[in-house]
Every structure is written in C-alpha cells, then in structure tokens.
Design a protein around this ligand. Structure first.
Ligand SMILES: [Zn+2]
Length: 401
C-alpha cells in the first residue's frame, strides 16, 4: 500500500498547492466563512465526493463511502485577522509560493490541513481505501472564536455523530492526542456609590475587588503541573468598573479571568477555587459565547473547553502510528498541542476518540510568518488516506471491527 498511497498523493501536489493558495486568497474571519465554504464545497464536488452539503451552523461536509461507522477529518476554515499589515513581508491573502512553502494567513492554521484532507479524501477514493467506513471531511467554522461550537452544532443539531475524529491542526506531522482545556470566568462585585468628596459614605467596589485580584495571582502560583500537558494557569485579563462620574465612588467592579486547565482540572474544580477566594463578596460566572454564524444561526455555548487526552495505547492513536510507520518507515512522535482545538468538544465533551495530525508547525499559527511546507501537504494527504485502513486492520485483529 505504502508506495501507491505516497505516489498518488504526490501526483496531486500541484493541485493541492493551487487549492490551498486559492482558499488563502479568500479572507475568512470567524462568522464570515461563506465564500470559502462555497469554494471548498466546489472542490469536493469536482473531486468526486459522494455528497457535499452544509449543516445548520455552516460547516461544509464532504462524504465518501457509506459504512456503518464514521471517521471524521476536521480542519477549520476560519482564521484570525492579520494584525498590523506592516509586519508582513508579503500580501497575507495572496498565497505566496516559493520552492518550499505556501505563505499567507491561515496556511498553518488551519487551511493547509484542510487542503490536505480534501485531497486525502480523493487519494483514498482513487485507491478504494475507505476501510468500510463512512469518511467525512469537514471544513468547520468559528473555531478561532469558540473552539468546539461547530461540533456542538453538528452533533446536537445535525445529529451527525462520528465514531472517530482526526484533526488537521498543525502538528509538524506528529501524532497528537490532547491538550490543556480553558475557560473564561467573570467576577462581579457590588458597592455603594456616593460623592467622592466623602468616600466614607459609600462602599468602593474597586477596593472590594482588589484582594480578590491578589488572591487570583496567588492561586496561579499554586496550580498544579502535569508532565504531559504543562501547568494549569489563571490570569486576570481585564478589569472594569461602573461609576457615575470621575468624582463618584464606583458601585460595581468586574474582573475577567482566563483559566487554562491541565489534566485532572475541571469546570467544577476551577470555579470552586475562584469562589473560595471571592466568598460572599461577589458573583462568579462562566461566560457564554453567542454570535451569529455566516448562515445566520446563533447557538449559545458556555466558554468552558475541557482538557482532553486520549491514552497512547488507544486503538486510534496506535492506528495513526501504524499508518505513519507504513508510509514513512519510521516511528512517529506522539505528543500534545500547546494551543486549543475542536477536540475540546469531540473528545472533551462528546467523548469521541480524537487524534491530530497536521501539516506545518504550531509556532507559525497567528503570526506574520504563517506558512505551510509543500511536502507536508503531500505527506499529510497520504496519512489521511492511509488512516482508515490502518484503523480497520487494528480493530479487526482485535476482533472489535
Ligand atoms: Zn486552529
């Protein structure tokens, strides 16, 4: 199988590069993915996918095969903005090409992965490698704003629930199996307003929240470390207050907290730690994301994105390792992301076994150095095409199918 898959993926090199450059040239910030979704859908149709459609939120879904069990390949189509254009040495929306890389916004996060997956589907179809599975290739939306929201919609509203998920976020062609979780918390403290010329008549909400801020700083120091995922962290990211004027005592103060969760930490434990600091002084709440998709659909989602880890010995991780060894004749590196992905929902909330394998490197994401190596696009396509057969082989040998 090895040479056939690699040869076939290499045959599509020019096309996958062309496709990536085309979708990079279509700006697609979160909630504004309409045009890129249409472009991706057309490519899937041209490549002979059995079915191409969009769901309620606006994810584009291409299907190949119709087995009982489903493997879903996900890459998100939205990107972050470009920041200061002067920091770019070329047009971020041109898909600049040199001998080794495609450059531009989204090439590493996550349009390179998407291009590889769309062509991986074609390779798999050419060589009849679906392994008896239904294969879904998904260009998902709104990931940069609210990771996992696209799968909350697909699984809960569209009733499409895959059995296995492979994410195309950059892993530098390593196999990843999890990352830290995160959440956004708001703390509100009330006071009593009065004229600032006689502050003793009121209760200054800013003074009341100050010890809470100090408590958060101390809490960060004692949060635990995990050898795989790194340390849990908490940071005050915004301070606000409500005041009648600059000569009035504020009657409300608010802080926003960014909490990164490591292994063993949950929403419950993280909220309890903050409540212990706040006590009865104020209110603690987890924020909710609520924004319209390009299709005009709003699906509110609590901003709690759980930590997830798939055990290294899991069949999906090992099938990934089998596919990698078969194709590249060496052992893959198995590791974890630093950033967050749609795995917070697929594995973190829905409990669907999830791994990641993607072209390019995390360090280029969201930066003006955003780029994707051309040889990674080809190798990743080959990996996606080989994964279903490897998974089938592993499960069959264990009698699990
Ligand atoms: Zn991403």
């Amino acid at each position: 199988m090895k040479n056939a898959v690699l040869d076939r993926a290499a045959k599509y090199e020019k096309k996958v590069v062309r496709f990536l450059r085309d979708i990079v040239a279509i700006p697609s910030m979160s909630g504004e993915e309409k045009e890129v979704v249409e472009r991706v859908g057309n490519e899937m149709t041209d490549l002979g996918y059995d079915e191409v459609r969009t769901d309620k939120l606006g994810n584009v879904i291409g299907r190949i095969g119709k087995g009982k069990k489903t493997i879903l390949f996900d890459s998100h189509l939205d990107t972050v903005d470009i920041g200061d254009p002067d920091n770019w040495s070329h047009d971020p929306f041109k898909g600049k090409l040199d001998s080794r890389f495609v450059h531009g916004r989204g090439t590493s996060d996550n349009k390179g992965g998407l291009a590889s997956m769309v062509y991986g589907g074609r390779v798999l179809r050419d060589l009849a490698l679906d392994g008896g599975y239904t294969i879904l290739v998904v260009g998902s939306v709104m990931e940069e704003d609210c990771d996992g929201l696209c799968y909350k919609s697909m699984i809960e509203e569209d009733k499409t629930r895959p059995d296995f998920v492979c994410l195309g976020e950059s892993t530098n062609l390593r196999i990843y199996r999890g990352h830290r979780g995160r959440m956004e918390i708001k703390v509100t403290v009330g006071g009593k307003s009065c004229h600032a010329s006689a502050p003793h008549r009121g209760v200054n909400a800013v003074y009341k929240i100050t010890p809470i801020i100090q408590g958060i700083e101390k809490l960060n120091r004692r949060l635990k470390n995990d050898k795989d995922l790194g340390k849990g962290t908490i940071a005050v990211t915004k301070v606000d207050c409500r005041t009648a004027s600059l000569n009035a005592v504020p009657d409300q103060a608010v802080i926003y907290l960014d909490r990164r969760l490591t292994k063993g930490e949950s929403k419950k434990s993280a909220v309890a730690e903050v409540r212990k600091i706040v006590q009865r002084t104020g209110k603690v709440e987890v924020l909710t994301y609520e924004r319209k998709s390009w299709k005009g659909h709003t699906l509110p989602m609590e901003k709690y994105f759980p930590t997830w880890v798939l055990p290294e010995e899991h069949d999906l991780v090992q099938a990934g390792a089998d596919a990698f060894r078969e194709l590249f004749s060496r052992r893959p590196k198995i590791d974890f992301w630093t950033f967050s992905t749609n795995g917070v929902y697929t594995m973190g909330i829905a409990g669907i076994p999830t791994i990641g394998f993607g072209p390019s490197e995390e360090k280029f994401a969201h930066s003006p150095l955003d780029r994707c190596p051309i040889d990674h696009l080809v190798k990743a396509s080959a990996f996606y095409a080989a994964l279903p057969t490897a998974l089938r082989g592993r499960l069959t040998s264990k009698g699990k199918k």
